[in-house]
Design a protein around this ligand. Structure first.
Ligand code: F6R
Length: 240
């Protein structure tokens, strides 16, 4: 695990975007794994800028998102489908038929199996970006007794619901379930970039970089991966 400490959020976003740009330039047909949440917004902004400057193209890219809520439609502005189009896909030349976000509108178990099948058929994920929850979750893999292997349906923990309530009119509107790639799905990505920003993430960053590797702090598993870059700003690194 390589840890890069950047001076602030914008610098963190540029470093993460540069890793994606290098990936796309060296392999235009890359399979990219995306995350939602506040943290990668700056990274996506940088990627859109690079695209508009003619530095990168998403024409050959296939994408897989980490997760999606259950119980809201894709057209809801809080869906991760909406988020990805709003922050990235609508502004670059990615082919919509190559965009994969868990479809939570039908049979969830079938979708979980099919999502794994689609990732495999695409040749696996070359580069995956993840944010981290205050409780150490990656995707929506919440702290629990074991590392879950594949894409699965999860009940969100109260802490996650509270953290995500800032995006909704009221806490009652926050979905309580999601479909998420499993820890195994994330670990099978060839490269992983974890981004974290702000003081609020400092203790969990310390735990996953220096603490025990345990499914109770799911992101700690990334220390077993052979190509992980943790990109943090100074505030998130303040307890290292
Ligand atoms: C989102 C996701 C979540 C977030 C995490 C951090 O697709 O998988 O794990 O990355 O909850 O969210 P922010 O960046 O909003 O602090």
């Amino acid at each position: 695990m390589v840890v890069k400490i950047c001076k602030d959020y914008d610098a963190m976003s540029r470093v993460a975007a540069n890793i994606f740009a290098a990936q796309i330039i060296t392999k235009p047909g890359s399979v990219l794994g995306f995350a939602t949440g506040s943290t990668p917004e700056g990274t996506y902004k940088e990627l859109v800028k690079m695209y508009k400057e003619g530095l990168i193209s998403f024409k050959g890219v296939t994408s897989f998102n980490l997760d999606e809520y259950v119980g809201i439609t894709r057209s809801n502005d809080q869906s991760y489908y909406y988020f990805m189009h709003h922050h990235l896909f609508d502004h670059v030349d990615i082919n919509e038929s190559n965009v994969n976000i868990p479809n939570t509108g039908g049979n969830l178990q079938d979708e979980c199996m099919d999502y794994e099948r689609r990732i495999k058929a695409a040749g696996g994920i070359d580069l995956q970006i993840v944010g981290i929850g205050n409780n150490g979750h990656i995707g929506f893999n919440e702290p629990c007794d074991n590392f879950v292997e594949n894409t699965n349906v999860v009940e969100l923990q109260q802490r996650t619901i509270e953290a995500n309530a800032r995006f909704f009119d009221s806490i009652e509107d926050v979905p309580t379930k999601a479909v998420t790639m499993g820890i195994g799905t994330i670990m099978r990505a060839k490269k992983v970039v974890l981004v974290a920003s702000g003081e609020g993430k400092a203790d969990i960053i310390r735990d996953i970089v220096k603490g025990k590797i345990t499914p109770m702090a799911p992101a700690s598993v990334l220390r077993f991966h052979n190509d992980v870059t943790v990109i943090v700003d100074r505030a998130a690194a303040s307890m290292l």
